[in-house]
Design a protein around this ligand. Structure first.
Ligand code: ZN
Length: 221
């Protein structure tokens, strides 16, 4: 199974990716994780990326695409499939991904778009709290610490990340929606777009996804 995950900040993409990865046994290709791994491993592409990161610049599309291609080439024959997370980010990258997969005799089964409304995402993100000492995550209403403002695990102080404020979140959502629109159109045109309403929370999203997976399986057999 080859899936592309698309979802705005706060839609719950990370939670779903974690569950999916185990359930389907696919390679989870997360751009952020891969970048960290390549840098840590000191690979040729890792060193190249490190230079961009250290100079405070963005890693160019072409480099990211090359990194993804490298990962696909080395795993294409193991039959596990993929879940792409954080890639493609532009319609050019969506075209590149199609090409990479075709070259390796593979194809995307579907792109999963987790649609979430601002009303739902805002409290999810503004309520997040992080431990200063150990990085543990909490949420004021969904997952509060036992003692307000104090980490259960290590007793450290909890704080709100600077970009988890209402204004920044609204901006991030607008940017995300604008940049994702062409990618959504790309998969829609291929008849491969599946949309899930992510407002209902993790359990509802998972059950909707299971329905989609069984439909896709049926179509294949
Ligand atoms: Zn802590």
């Amino acid at each position: 199974m080859i899936i592309v995950l698309l979802g705005a900040p706060g839609a719950g993409k990370g939670t779903l990716a974690g569950a999916l990865k185990d359930q389907l046994g696919v390679h989870h290709i997360s751009t952020g994780d891969l970048i960290r791994l390549e840098i840590k491993g000191g690979t040729a592409i890792g060193l190249e990326i490190k230079r961009y990161v250290e100079s405070g610049g963005l890693v160019p599309d072409e480099v990211v695409t090359r990194m993804i291609e490298g990962k696909v080439v080395t795993t294409a024959n193991d039959g596990k499939g993929y879940m792409f997370d954080g890639f493609p980010r532009t319609s050019a990258q969506a075209l590149d991904l199609d090409k990479i997969l075709t070259k390796n005799k593979l194809a995307i089964d579907f792109a999963l778009y987790m649609e979430a409304s601002l009303d739902v995402v805002l409290p999810r993100l503004t309520g997040r709290r992080v431990c200063k000492k150990c990085g543990a995550l909490y949420h004021l209403t969904n997952m509060p610490s036992k003692k307000a403002g104090i980490c259960d695990a290590c007793g450290g102080d909890l704080y709100q990340r600077a970009d988890d404020n209402e204004e920044t979140i609204k901006k991030r959502m607008t940017v995300y929606n604008e940049s994702t629109k062409p990618i959504i159109d790309h998969y829609k045109a291929q008849g491969k777009l599946k949309t899930i309403n992510a407002d209902g929370g993790a359990d509802k999203v998972k059950s909707e996804l299971l329905k989609i997976l069984s439909e896709v399986h049926e179509k294949r057999s």
